[in-house]
Structure formats: C-alpha cells, structure tokens
Design a protein around this ligand. Structure first.
Ligand SMILES: [Fe+2]
Length: 209
C-alpha cells in the first residue's frame, strides 16, 4: 500500500526535537507566503508606476525584488531543512494569507511608495513577531529572519526618503489603507513638505482581510 503523503518528514535539524523543529518551520510558512506576495506586489508596482519619477521608482524596485526572491528561497530551504515541505503555490498563498491584494494600479511614483510603505509595515511587523516566537528554540532561524528584517527595513527607508519632508514627516502618516496613503501624497504636490501632522506608523491592519 502506498504511504500516506505528509508534509512533515520524520526528522528535523540536530539538537531540536522533531516537534520543535516542525513547529518552527510551520511559523515560516506564513512568512514564505508574505514574501512571495511581496515580490509579486513589488513587480506590479514596477510595471504600474507613471509620472516624472517613473525611472527612479521603476529601477529602484528591481534590486529589492531580487533580494526578496532570495529571502523566499532561503526561507523555503530552511523549512525543508527542518523537515517540513514548503508550499510556494499561488492557491495556497491566496487561501492562507491574512491580507488583501495590493490595491493601487497605474499611479505616480509617490503614490506607489506611500502605499508600499504600508505593505512594508505589515510584512516587517509580522517578520519581527515571527523571529520573537522562534528565538528561544532556534537561534539559526532567528538569525535568518533578523537578516531579512534588516534588508526590508533598509528598503523601506529608501522608499520613505522619497516622500519624507525635510522635518521628517511622512505625508501619508496615519493612513489606514493603501489607497488612503496614495491619496494623501496625491493631494499634496509637495510630498516633501510638512503637513503639520505627526508621523505615526500606519496601521498594518490596512491590508488585513
Ligand atoms: Fe522590468
């Protein structure tokens, strides 16, 4: 009789119990979905950006997409190393993700950057949460996630620098949706000018289903 298919192997990395290793890998599955979604979303913005900043934003996004694709591979291979089969299938991403599709299509560079800033808030916050959850059990996985957060935060700064005022204010601060963030910078031709609002972090719940 054929063996029943299972996503979990009978092993994990040395030094952890099988249950511990598989539990860590299970946490990584949602991060894999998030990064797969992110690299597609960044490509979507790369194709849909218009306006005077077209070439700056269009070309700025591609190296980050390459980097995020590297994170995807690293995460998936860590899961497999720990004995859990990674799922990179589109249907699984859509079925298991907790956020909606990116909502901005053809739009000027600053509008995409404001919307993507919210996307990064969500991905980075959830990555930090995941690394805190695995830190006691598996410092190797924690180390991988720390490296990825470092890269994601650096790129978020690249994007924010285009829409930040000289006094350090983000024009879309407080926006709760991607469209709201895009509209906030759209209504201000000087995305670099202070609006007098405080620069609080937009809610990551903006992309939640
Ligand atoms: Fe391209």
């Amino acid at each position: 009789m054929a063996k029943k298919s299972t996503r979990n192997a009978a092993f994990t990395v040395p030094g952890l119990t099988t249950e511990q290793g598989h539990a860590v890998a299970d946490i990584l599955q949602q991060r894999l979905h998030a990064l797969n979604d992110l690299q597609l979303t960044l490509k979507h913005a790369h194709w849909n950006v218009v306006g005077p900043n077209f070439i700056a934003v269009h070309e700025m996004l591609d190296p980050q997409i390459d980097e995020v694709r590297g994170y995807v591979d690293e995460l998936a291979e860590r899961m497999a190393t720990m004995g859990v089969s990674p799922s990179g299938l589109p249907g699984a991403i859509v079925a298991e993700r907790t956020w909606d599709d990116y909502s901005v299509h053809r739009a000027p560079g600053v509008e995409h950057l404001a919307a993507l800033d919210l996307v990064y808030d969500g991905v980075i916050s959830d990555h930090r949460e995941a690394l805190a959850r695995v830190s006691d059990v598996d410092p190797i996985t924690e180390d991988m996630l720390i490296g990825q957060v470092r890269g994601l935060e650096l790129f978020q700064w690249f994007m924010r620098s285009h829409i930040e005022s000289g006094s350090g204010v983000l024009e879309h601060a407080g926006a709760r949706t991607e469209k709201g963030a895009a509209k906030a910078v759209k209504s201000s031709p000087k995305a670099t000018k202070s609006s007098g609002r405080t620069a609080t972090s937009p809610a990551k719940a903006s992309r939640k289903k």
